[in-house]
Design a protein around this ligand. Sequence first.
Ligand SMILES: Nc1nc2c(c(=O)[nH]1)N[C@H]1C(S)=C(S)[C@@H](COP(=O)(O)O)O[C@H]1N2
Ligand SMILES: [Mo]
Length: 349
Amino acid sequence: MSTGISLEELQLAARNHGMPLEALRHEITPLGLHYLLVHYDIPVVDPATWRLAVAGTRELSLSLDDLRARDAVTAPVTMECAGNGRALLEPRPVSQPWLTEAVGTAAWTGVPLAPLLAEAGIPDGAVEVVFTGLDRGVEGGVEQLYERSLSVDDAMRDDVMLAYACNGVPLPPQHGFPLRLLVPGWYGMTSVKWLQRIGFTREPFTGYQMVTGYRMRAGEDDPGTPVTRMEPRSLIAPPGIPDFMTRRRFLTAGRHRLEGRAWSGWGAIEQVDISTDGGETWRPASPGSAPGPAAWTPFALDWEATEGEHVLCSRARDASGRTQPAAPPWNVGGYANNALQRIPVTVRA
Ligand SMILES: Nc1nc2c(c(=O)[nH]1)N[C@H]1C(S)=C(S)[C@@H](COP(=O)(O)O)O[C@H]1N2
Ligand SMILES: [Mo]
């Protein structure tokens, strides 16, 4: 791993935690184990006075009780930060230094967005829907509220919801209390937390998080293309026991069940292969069934572990034919690095 993590990166890493990979053994990530990414500060919100403004051809002002009174839906959704894998790129883009753990699957409960937008009335000529959070900060020298947009078509998809609960409890402060957007299949930055306002624009929205952040850029002068859906990725729950400092795994020789989960925002997971020799040779793992169309797919393979050093990897392929590269493609922001996970293990007698 590259060295020289700065105190500023450490400061971010200490605020924004990943999902410990042993939590891959849970189909639904227990709440405190779900990864966390917060650009600015976590707002403190009084649910009694909080309102969601929806500025369509009419202006709606909705309380949490108004939202709870509507028909609710619950869906298990796998969410991953677009920066997952960033710290494994060379050179390392300086931002939240994720390895591979910026992912989790929660059962989100809320109201479908499309009927609400229809009730507010979509203005003629509207092309995008803008979602504004309550959290304010400075980024790239620009003071802003955290804001992201979606095309009207993407916002009207049936699976997009406004969530007020996850895993059966009200959203905790760090995950967006009292209300967040949830866009299944997309990287996490799209799912705006601490929502205060939904509006429409007749031109593509040019907020910082759309035109400067979250773009695949080859170099500083490249305006790049937007980061959207999650690339396929698979992770194995590290087997055996870890060394405290290095996290190297120790196993005893014999049969071990290698288990993990795979997901993609571009289509269902169709195949997962596992390698125990660092990607030289592969064997198909048997995929199980996902708990929902937007949630990760479990996979497993029994391995006869022989004494010595091994490197475990898994590789997913989705219904669109996308797969995981051995070497990570580099980009300025360090986004969408879905290169193979590598787990070094020592097998002892
Ligand atoms: N208002 C607001 N929404 C936000 C963010 C934020 O900083 N502010 N972070 C985004 C990013 S980058 C990610 S990856 C997800 C993380 O959601 P989680 O912390 O609930 O896992 O929230 C997104 N929504
Ligand atoms: Mo993110």
